[in-house]
Design a protein around this ligand. Structure first.
Ligand code: FE2
Ligand code: FE2
Length: 225
């Protein structure tokens, strides 16, 4: 065999061998990456199963009665804070009917606190307030509104503005609690909630009436002058 031919044959066979090695190593690395993918998928699946298991056990731990009790602690905290906040608003109010409405609603609030304590008693629990961020926010805002508008002609309108936010907060909370009590067959608690809810709705309606009939008009008259 001529030397050139021999060397060409040798080159060809070494290229073939190299190709074979490359194919083999490609197959190996493809297998390795499939394996890694499978492991990753398994890890994700087991993580999500663990999360699900936590959720399921959390679901098992809490019931509608627990939610009712939480809501009760929440609104108990709110009513106590509202009771403490009202004197400042009463002092800043100018319209005699507004002063009267806020004063009598403060008295109702004292009665509502007692009703909530009666509900705690029905549950066989000691009355305990749970910090409620929602009412804290509303009351903080009403405080700063009072600072900004308290000595202006729009003071009464600002007080009604704040108080209606409070009333609406209370109406949503008592509305939900009423439905919980109904679902739980807690008739006596539901009756107390119904009574309170009626007072909150009436307070809200009388504030609307007062705003529309005189307070807003008096403040806007001043704007027109
Ligand atoms: Fe209330
Ligand atoms: Fe109220």
């Amino acid at each position: 065999m001529a030397t050139a031919e021999k060397s060409s044959k040798e080159n060809k066979s070494s290229r073939t061998a190299a190709k074979k090695t490359a194919r083999a190593s490609g197959t190996k690395s493809a297998a390795a990456s499939t394996d890694a993918r499978r492991k990753r998928a398994q890890a994700v699946a087991s993580k999500s199963a663990a999360k699900k298991a936590t959720r399921v056990s959390a679901k098992d731990d809490k019931s509608l009665s627990d939610l009712f009790e939480h809501a009760l602690g929440d609104i108990y905290y709110a009513e106590k804070k509202i009771y403490k906040s009202l004197p400042k608003m009463i002092k800043a109010a100018d319209h005699p009917e507004l002063v009267q409405a806020l004063t009598s609603h403060r008295e109702e609030t004292a009665g509502q606190i007692e009703k909530l304590e009666a509900i705690f008693e029905l549950l066989g629990k000691r009355a305990k307030a749970e910090k409620c961020d929602a009412i804290d926010g509303i009351l903080e805002e009403s405080e700063s509104l009072l600072e900004d508008f308290g000595s202006s002609v729009a003071a009464d309108a600002a007080i009604i503005f704040s108080c209606q936010a409070i009333e609406h907060y209370e109406i949503t909370r008592y509305g939900s609690m009423r439905a919980f009590a109904d679902a739980l067959g807690m008739d006596e608690a539901k009756q107390h909630i119904d009574d309170i809810l009626a007072q909150e709705k009436a307070a809200d309606a009388s504030l609307t009436e007062l705003a529309e009939d005189s307070v807003n008009a008096a403040a806007s008259d001043y704007d027109e002058e």
